[in-house]
Ligand binder design. Structure first.
Ligand code: PEP
Length: 252
């Protein structure tokens, strides 16, 4: 089964529209011939429309970093799936550990958000991962099982292959600590097996990404692992050159 590698850059709360425009102008010439790799940037909401315009016709997709599960309503400060779809955003990161940790994102909300994104024509990247304490207690698999099963619970079986799952150990995000190849492969293989538990073929087709201090120097080793189909990249996605180097590493 061949799965197209996918490299997505999560900018978090970084880059004004002007800075985002400078980034995309520098990135596009570096990735225009990277056949066989799907590439996406995930800018803050305010830069989404500008990035959709600037990336149009290129191989770079544009993803939001979050969305609300309702289509509209009294949810001050929130943005919905139809609003993102209207401006031609391609997808959305859901359940990032920073949203879980600082903004009370819950598995219950994610259960609604994942199918809602698919219904609106947005590809969801569902983030899962254990904390350092959970890993030390031997609870990594229990945590991943819970997050994957809750997040995918309301996704129709035939749409499961469209969901992208990012395994991001919380202790590796923004810390400079990267999972060892063995830890990353074991966890990503376990996530795939969980999706195979819903449906064998869907689990084989679904793309599982690794995220957590991935950089140009460690990308090739991690991206070559059998159950790792790409990466969700934070810090190293903020410079066009390092992001392009990671995209190049995904070509194998
Ligand atoms: C992330 O925020 O999804 C991430 C993986 O960050 P970093 O690459 O900076 O660890």
């Amino acid at each position: 089964m061949s799965r197209t590698p996918f490299i997505a850059g999560n900018w978090k709360m970084n880059k004004t529209i002007a800075e985002a425009e400078a980034f995309i102008a520098a990135l596009l010439p570096q990735v225009y011939d990277t056949e066989g790799v799907d590439v996406a940037i995930c800018p803050p909401y305010l830069a989404l429309a500008a990035m959709v315009d600037s990336a149009r016709g290129s191989r770079v997709g544009v993803y939001a970093q979050n969305m609300h599960e309702a289509d509209s309503g009294a949810f001050t400060g929130e943005v919905s799936a139809p609003m993102l779809a209207e401006i031609d955003v391609n997808g959305v990161v859901l359940g990032h550990s920073e949203r879980r940790q600082y903004f009370n994102e819950t598995d219950k909300a994610l259960q609604q958000k994942v199918p809602k994104a698919l219904d609106a024509g947005l590809l969801p990247i569902l983030c899962v991962g254990e904390t350092e304490e959970e890993r030390e207690r031997g609870d990594t698999e229990r945590k991943l099982r819970h997050q994957v099963q809750e997040g995918l619970d309301k996704v129709p079986i035939e749409r499961l292959p469209e969901v992208v799952i990012a395994y991001e150990p919380v202790w590796a995000i923004g810390t400079g600590l990267t999972a060892t190849p063995e830890q990353a492969q074991d966890a990503c293989g376990f996530v795939r097996a969980l999706v195979q538990g819903f449906d064998k073929e869907a689990g084989t087709a679904v793309r599982v990404l690794y995220g957590g201090s991935l950089k140009p120097d460690n990308a090739a080793e991690l991206l070559a692992l059998p159950d790792i189909d790409g990466a969700l990249v934070g810090g190293a996605s903020l410079q066009a050159d390092s992001f392009a180097a990671i995209v190049e590493a995904a070509r194998g």
